[in-house]
Design a protein around this ligand. Structure first.
Ligand code: ZN
Length: 347
């Protein structure tokens, strides 16, 4: 019997009507297979914009990887409309709402397969909707990308400090390239992350492929913030200007970007000891003290039970806090970071 073909040798199943080699600005779609009741050959069209002129690096800019994170989507919708191709040297590929079905319902997870797009990378040609989409990003878009930025916020359930972020990686040169992207952005903080489990994330895949990759987290709380949106719009343009892809002057922030990271993973994170409603006392970006009350968890199954007090186990800047009150046991309630210097991480 013959063997089935190896999926890695076949092209991704997602197709696009955009020609990435063509000069000028194109508004098109990525067509992801999605059979439905009245069309076995149905597709979902996810908007993609390609802007190319002259010669220079390629930037891949994405937002809406989580459907309940809005500021990045609006920043990229504005950028796609406003950029004049004549002011570009290089190529900008913009996908404002990458997981479009999740964006349509305003949820973190894709409603078609119940998956988190940022947890299915590098994707699977033979997989579900989000897996096919991730496979296209990994095998069609990242190989033509010089710099990758995937924009996030804290979504419905978290509030974060205003920060750009990249991963701690083994190669110091690659780590420096990522941090330099963050410094060019000019956010109040750049976080160097050693995550609990980031095996299947978009940024990890870019790291593995050697593509300088930056993400960001700007607030959250289910809203588009005036300040967070302004910071994202300025930061994305700053990076494009820094690399000469967009003309114009970089807008330098009044305060230089602080480098932060988790100093001690055993004390930086606090976890919910049980489920319930968490009343968080702080917001992302607050500076907190060891022993200070982080909040209280109320048990809605037992009105006789006093709320459980949760305290911070170390002092520092609150990088993220679980502000959406509903929590399950073992959920991360807060992450506290500290300032780090370049020598500490070997760059
Ligand atoms: Zn996100």
């Amino acid at each position: 019997m013959r063997q089935l073909p190896d999926p890695a040798t076949l092209p991704p199943r997602v197709r696009t009507d955009v020609d990435f080699e063509k000069a000028g600005k194109q508004f098109g779609h990525m067509r992801v297979p999605r059979a439905h009741t009245h069309s076995g050959l149905g597709v979902i069209g996810i908007p993609i914009v390609a802007i190319k002129n002259g010669s220079g690096p390629t930037f891949l800019l994405t937002a809406g990887t989580h459907g309940d994170e809005y500021d990045g989507q609006v920043a990229l919708l504005n950028l796609a409309r406003e950029v004049d191709p004549a002011r570009v040297q290089g190529r900008i590929i913009i996908i404002p709402s990458l997981d479009l079905p999740a964006v349509e319902v305003g949820h973190r997870l894709c409603p078609y397969d119940g998956k988190d797009l940022n947890r299915v990378f590098p994707g699977n040609r033979l997989g579900s909707f989000t897996e096919m989409l991730a496979d296209y990003v990994t095998r069609a878009l990242l190989p033509i990308t010089d710099y990758n930025m995937d924009l996030h916020t804290g979504g419905t359930y978290h509030d974060t400090a205003f920060n750009t972020c990249s991963h701690f990686v083994d190669d110091p040169k690659q780590m420096k390239a990522n941090i330099d992207l963050g410094v060019a952005w000019g956010a109040p903080y750049h976080a160097v992350l050693r995550e609990i489990d980031h095996t299947n994330s978009f940024m990890t895949t870019a790291d593995h492929l050697g593509v300088p990759a930056l993400s960001c987290e700007f607030g959250g709380l289910s809203r588009i913030g005036n300040e967070s949106l302004a910071e994202i719009e300025r930061g994305v343009r700053n990076i494009l200007k820094f690399h000469g892809v967009l003309d114009g002057k970089i807008e330098v922030p009044a305060t230089p970007t602080k480098l932060v990271g988790v100093k001690d993973p055993t004390t930086a994170l606090s976890f919910a000891p049980h489920g319930g409603l968490f009343h968080a006392f702080n917001k992302g970006g607050d500076w907190v003290e060891k022993g200070q009350e982080a909040g209280r968890i109320y048990d809605f199954h037992d009105p006789s039970r006093p709320p459980t007090v949760v305290r911070y186990s170390q002092s520092g800047c609150l990088w993220a806090v679980h502000t959406g009150p509903r929590v399950e046991a073992f959920d991360v309630l807060s992450i506290v970071m500290n300032e780090i210097d370049r020598a500490e991480i070997g760059i």
